[in-house]
Design a protein around this ligand. Structure first.
Ligand SMILES: *[C@@H]1O[C@H](CO)[C@@H](O)[C@H](O)[C@H]1NC(C)=O
Ligand SMILES: *[C@@H]1O[C@H](CO)[C@@H](O)[C@H](O)[C@H]1NC(C)=O
Ligand SMILES: *[C@@H]1O[C@H](CO)[C@@H](O)[C@H](O)[C@H]1NC(C)=O
Ligand SMILES: *[C@@H]1O[C@H](CO)[C@@H](O)[C@H](O)[C@H]1NC(C)=O
Ligand SMILES: *[C@@H]1O[C@H](CO)[C@@H](O)[C@H](O)[C@H]1NC(C)=O
Ligand SMILES: *[C@@H]1O[C@H](CO)[C@@H](O)[C@H](O)[C@H]1NC(C)=O
Ligand SMILES: *[C@@H]1O[C@H](CO)[C@@H](O)[C@H](O)[C@H]1NC(C)=O
Length: 521
């Protein structure tokens, strides 16, 4: 088995039992290759100072009532408690540009389209005043909500939503106000968007008395939009079309789906569990990040709507392969300077982190495999850190293996390593699961390290206990609707690996990811 490790890569097929640091469940894997990863011992100058609230969530605005339950609150709390700052829930999306308001409607939402009700992003919803009471949920999170822009700005409608949402959420829980969504779908060009955004922005600033608050989120460009009309809605184009880089703008947001509009699956390994595919797709996004750094360094760049695939089977969207994709995608994003990634969902979307209700097109209530990426990434970002966070990608030039280092101040604190080789009992001959043994160099004076594993005995067949009884664990813990409504159960557990002269050897079975912690855990 060939792993392309440029850094002192040694390909040494041999067999040895997998023991050392793992929970019993991973013991079946056989080491068939080894590799060396040189970890920077002290913080490199380009390390991105990733914000504590990098890990985030998102619900389609019209389906807020489906998500406001104890189940969703438990799942968000489990992640929030791993973070130094409250996570942000993005309430927005295509439907949010089309919502209208009826002050006499008793129900929170009423779907009124001829087609598309109640699930489609084409649907048209009318909101009543009780909708806004739902924002009292998720006390451990903050909200980003969207001013409905649409083809022609209707200020009455913009303010009907924004004023009520702002009041119900409360100033200290409002993270940001987005000006429209996937605006390239209805705006003819960047200048037209800039004009509409300004009109909505000044109406909001006045009505909510925002003064010069740094609070607005702009663009929310569709993931597919970049390839269709790249000349009109890149970050550069929209700023050049006259978007002001004044201090009112807090975020520039774009959307990222690894695969859009795809019909034929060419394979999980090729399309999803592929670090090279992720880094290549990021080329244009990285240009936006560096352009923004140059012209307005204080504005943060975020990915506010994300997922592995918009079509395709469960394996592509909601099983363990999609979870490992999400981890690699999020870690790579933060390494190039993305300040936040929202895990996006609506009730019937297969790529969701969880399905909130029963009797939908997707079976639920269920925790789905991509949810497990959130506690993993939150633990990599870390809590009560000493010094400023700094993250770098350690590029190994391989589609199958990726690694990232997290610093606190000048010191190396954590390393994430992903073995993206696809493995599952159903996709391979026999039952044998191969593993790579990675030598991590550069660990300084550490005598030992702790290893936490994102593990599924069934590899990429695992959808988690709720979905197909094939369990997934993060450091020994699981989340399930059926067991405890998403509170999380199982004892958090890491393995210890000795380090000698700055080197520790960690074995990672195919389709598994680890965090290696230096010092305190
Ligand atoms: C503007 O929005 C308000 C509130 O939703 C609605 O009553 C009104 O009909 C809208 N006006 C137009 C021209 O669409
Ligand atoms: C943008 O679109 C508007 C409306 O269609 C049009 O009037 C304007 O000329 C366009 N501007 C540019 C720069 O293309
Ligand atoms: C906003 O900032 C501008 C430019 O710095 C300043 O002139 C203006 O007084 C400020 N407005 C408020 C309401 O603080
Ligand atoms: C990974 O993705 C790249 C870029 O899309 C592609 O060229 C390569 O063939 C893929 N690798 C595998 C192992 O499928
Ligand atoms: C084993 O895998 C190889 C390569 O994927 C395939 O050609 C072969 O048919 C498989 N054999 C069995 C018994 O599944
Ligand atoms: C899978 O998880 C469920 C729920 O925690 C548990 O009851 C079951 O024993 C686990 N199965 C295995 C094989 O670990
Ligand atoms: C790790 O180091 C400790 C303390 O030096 C030693 O007792 C233990 O045997 C070592 N473990 C392994 C697996 O080498």
């Amino acid at each position: 088995m060939n792993y392309l490790l440029p850094l002192a890569a040694i390909l040494m097929p041999h067999t040895s039992a997998f023991v050392a640091d793992d929970t019993a469940a991973a013991a079946a894997a056989t080491v068939t290759s080894t590799g060396t990863i040189e970890v920077p011992t002290t913080r490199p100058s380009g390390a991105f100072s990733v914000p504590a609230n990098f890990v985030s969530f998102g619900f389609g605005a019209a389906w807020l009532p489906e998500y406001t339950n104890d189940f969703g609150e438990n799942l968000i709390n489990s992640v929030a408690q791993r973070m130094d700052e409250r996570p942000v829930i993005r309430i927005g999306g295509t439907v949010a540009d089309r919502i209208t308001f009826d002050p006499s409607q008793p129900k929170p939402t009423n779907c009124v389209s001829k087609d598309g009700c109640p699930d489609s992003s084409r649907a048209h919803f009318i909101l009543g005043p009780s909708y806004f009471d739902l924002f009292s949920r998720f006390p451990n999170a903050r909200f980003s909500f969207q001013a409905p822009l649409g083809e022609n700005v209707n200020k009455t409608n913009v303010l009907a939503y924004v004023q009520r949402a702002y009041k119900s959420i409360g100033a200290n829980r409002v993270d940001s106000i987005a000006l429209g969504n996937e605006v390239g779908h209805y705006e003819p060009n960047g200048s037209a968007y800039v004009a509409d955004a300004k009109e909505a922005q000044s109406a909001i600033v006045e009505a909510v008395s925002l003064g010069n608050s740094t609070i607005f989120e702009v663009m929310n460009t569709a993931s597919g939009q970049r390839s269709k009309v790249p000349e009109e809605f890149t970050v550069k184009d929209v700023f050049q079309a006259g978007l002001e880089k004044d201090k009112k703008i807090k975020y520039v947001a774009e959307h990222y789906y690894q695969i859009e509009n795809h019909k034929e699956n060419s394979g999980l390994q090729a399309e999803i569990m592929n670090h090279t595919a992720i880094t290549s797709k990021f080329t244009n996004f990285a240009k936006s990040v560096s352009y923004l750094r140059k012209i307005a360094p204080k504005i943060q760049y975020i990915l506010s709507e994300t997922g592995s695939a918009l079509q395709g089977n469960h394996e592509f969207q909601s099983w363990f392969g999609a979870c490992l994709w999400s981890v690699d995608f999020q870690l790579y994003a933060m390494s190039i300077g993305v300040s936040r990634v929202s895990g996006t969902q609506r009730p019937v979307a297969r790529h969701s982190l969880w399905i909130p209700q029963p009797n939908l097109k997707e079976a639920g209530p269920q925790v789905r495999a991509p949810y497990y990426a959130q506690p993993f990434v939150a633990d990599f970002v870390g809590k009560t850190v000493s010094g400023e966070r700094g993250v770098v990608n350690i590029e190994l030039g391989s589609p199958f293996l990726s690694a990232y280092a997290m610093f606190e101040g000048r010191n190396l604190a954590r390393i994430a390593v992903l073995n993206l080789r696809e493995w599952s009992p159903s996709s391979r001959n026999g039952t044998g699961r191969d593993a790579i043994k990675v030598s991590l160099h550069g660990l300084g004076k550490a005598k030992d390290v702790q290893v936490g594993r994102l593990h599924a005995a069934a590899g990429t067949d695992a959808g988690g206990w709720d979905a197909n009884s094939k369990n997934i664990t993060w450091q020994g813990q699981q989340w399930s609707y059926g067991i405890d409504k998403g509170k999380g159960h199982g004892t958090a557990k890491t393995g210890t690996v000795n380090a000698t002269d700055g080197v520790a050897e960690v074995t990672i079975p195919n389709s598994e990811a680890v965090i290696v912690y230096l010092g305190k855990f």
